[in-house]
Design a protein around this ligand. Structure first.
Ligand SMILES: CC(=O)CC(=O)SCCNC(=O)CCNC(=O)[C@H](O)C(C)(C)COP(=O)(O)OP(=O)(O)OC[C@H]1O[C@@H](n2cnc3c(N)ncnc32)[C@H](O)[C@@H]1OP(=O)(O)O
Ligand SMILES: NC(=O)C1=CN([C@@H]2O[C@H](COP(=O)(O)OP(=O)(O)OC[C@H]3O[C@@H](n4cnc5c(N)ncnc54)[C@H](OP(=O)(O)O)[C@@H]3O)[C@@H](O)[C@H]2O)C=CC1
Length: 286
């Protein structure tokens, strides 16, 4: 069905951990890389806690839990990605950081037909593709948060991506991972964030201007439109640094005021109130 058996995931934050979990649960050999031993330990705990939660809820058996854990290995050395068939980069939403990682991956991944993918929310894929000597093998595979729960992936070929890479990514995400794939052109924000981010920014502007309380804004969309979570709770889930970075990329691309981050969002990022991951954002968390 697919020639992809060994997967590498760079970054074990909320998305990297979720993507690694999805791939390991699909039976693949998954190696996860982080920058430091400490970050690796935090990421491994996040991933194993999510797997334990899946077992507690009866989504996987105790045997599947043990088998899935055994398929996961962890490293701080990207050199160990030499034998990977597919690498999915899921580090911070920063073009320079991602570009440097793609340059390293290009050096270390030896299989000539390996796919180098990014989970970026908004950075044009062609910028990462041309940082490598194999721009035809670079593609966006964009998962949604939480990755083990959300059914969708967006596939974003750069101008340089080959048809073969796109179709292999489609077979992999749909047939192996069981996701639903949609395709988007390489424009900042792709499909979902191009629609979602202006909505989240509008909610933050509404809160900032005092039109309604945070609870009333969130209840409005949860109870009025049946969204699973309101826009301020969702911004906290995504991470306010990520929301701001995505807005920045989209503003750079389109120069439209609707993509401009409101001052409150920027001040909260400056203050380190990034949402759930730091325990404080529009709400506070244990
Ligand atoms: C920024 C970008 O680039 C793109 C993005 O991702 S934008 C963000 C997209 N994500 C969203 O919009 C999230 C919207 N919110 C939701 O879908 C839901 O509120 C939520 C899934 C996050 C939580 O749902 P909930 O009902 O409040 O919580 P909970 O009951 O714990 O979980 C619901 C189900 O998901 C599962 N689940 C929740 N979190 C999970 C996780 N981290 N790992 C595995 N499974 C999980 C639970 O097991 C549960 O499954 P069952 O109902 O079958 O038992
Ligand atoms: N949050 C979301 O809802 C979604 C996010 N995405 C995208 O996924 C990617 C990751 O987001 P998310 O998981 O939420 O972010 P997190 O903040 O949870 O994790 C970011 C990861 O990047 C690593 N990192 C940070 N700086 C560097 C660096 N200089 N070099 C290498 N690694 C670094 C972090 O490691 P350390 O802890 O050591 O700093 C951490 O593992 C982003 O591109 C984001 O846009 C896509 C879909 C949804």
């Amino acid at each position: 069905m697919t020639d992809i058996e060994r997967v590498g995931v760079v970054g074990c934050g909320q998305m990297g951990a979720g993507i690694a979990e999805v791939c390991a649960r699909a039976g693949l050999d998954v190696k996860v890389a982080e920058t430091t031993g400490e970050a690796l330990e935090i990421g491994r705990t996040r991933l194993f806690n999510s797997l334990s939660k899946a077992a507690e809820r009866g989504k996987i058996s105790e045997e599947e839990l043990a088998d899935t854990q055994a398929r996961l290995t962890f490293t701080t050395d990207l050199g160990e990605f030499a034998d990977r068939d597919l690498v999915i980069e899921a580090v911070v939403e920063n073009e320079q950081v991602k570009t440097e990682i793609f340059q390293v991956l290009d050096q270390v991944v030896t299989r000539p037909d390996a796919i180098l993918a990014s989970n970026t929310s908004s950075i044009p894929l062609v910028k990462l593709a041309v940082a490598t000597s194999r721009p035809d093998h670079v593609i966006g595979i964009h998962f949604f948060n939480p990755a083990p729960v959300q059914k969708l992936v967006e596939l974003i070929p750069a101008l340089t991506t080959s048809e073969g890479t796109l179709s292999r990514a489609q077979v992999f995400t749909e047939k192996v991972l069981g996701k639903h794939a949609i395709r988007a052109q390489d424009r900042s924000g792709f499909v979902v964030n191009a629609l979602l981010i202006p909505y989240l920014l509008s909610a933050i502007r509404m809160f900032e201007s005092g039109i309604a309380s945070r609870e009333d804004i969130d209840n409005g969309m949860e109870m009025g439109c049946a969204h699973p979570m309101g826009p301020l709770k969702l911004s906290d889930l995504i991470g306010l640094d990520t929301v701001a970075s995505v807005a920045y990329s989209m503003y750079e691309e389109y120069k439209e005021p609707l993509y401009a981050a409101p001052p409150l969002l920027q001040r909260m990022v400056d203050a380190g109130r990034l949402g759930r991951k730091t325990g404080s954002g529009f709400y506070t968390y244990d």
